[in-house]
Design a binder for this molecule. Structure first.
Ligand code: FES
Length: 152
């Protein structure tokens, strides 16, 4: 972790352990996922046990504990999205990417993941890629979406 950035983050909090979530984000940004080494280092710096750090990292879906694709495609499969066709969207993505949800494409470009509510039910069914939301998404939109993502 970049020490300067760590210090900036720590300076925002009265209690060091309160910086755990932003520091987990930093670790993931730098390494692509939260490594076992990062869990140990964060524990030491924040006065937490590795188990306590791991408990937080595994609680939140946005943290990855193993390497994944360069981009993650998150598909909501909660109630509103499911009622409006999320399963068909997942099936089309799996077919086009050649992987099952939870897997990474062989070229390392994409990891496809199912998510619970992405908090954008008004545009269900929803896909999130990084900070961008897409919806309502239909299976026939998937080819164009993947093309756009592949081209940056
Ligand atoms: S149920 Fe899919 S975004 Fe809320």
């Amino acid at each position: 972790m970049k020490e300067e950035t760590v210090q900036q983050i720590l300076s925002r909090y009265a209690h060091r352990r309160s910086a755990l979530l932003p520091l987990l984000h930093l670790c993931q940004e730098e390494a692509g996922y939260v490594t076992p080494e990062a869990i140990g280092q964060l524990g030491e710096r924040l006065g937490l046990s590795p188990t306590q750090v791991a408990e937080v990292a595994t609680f939140y879906d946005m943290f990855r504990l193993k390497p994944g694709g360069r981009r993650e495609i998150w598909v909501c499969h909660n109630l509103s999205c499911s009622l409006l066709g999320a399963e068909e969207v997942v099936r089309r993505l799996e077919e086009r990417l050649g992987v099952k949800a939870g897997e990474t494409t062989p070229d390392g470009a994409f990891t496809l993941r199912r998510f619970e509510c992405l908090a954008a039910c008004e545009i269900a069914p929803v896909i999130q890629v990084g900070p961008d939301y897409y919806g309502p998404v239909r299976p026939e939109d998937i080819d164009a979406l993947l093309e756009r993502l592949r081209n940056g």
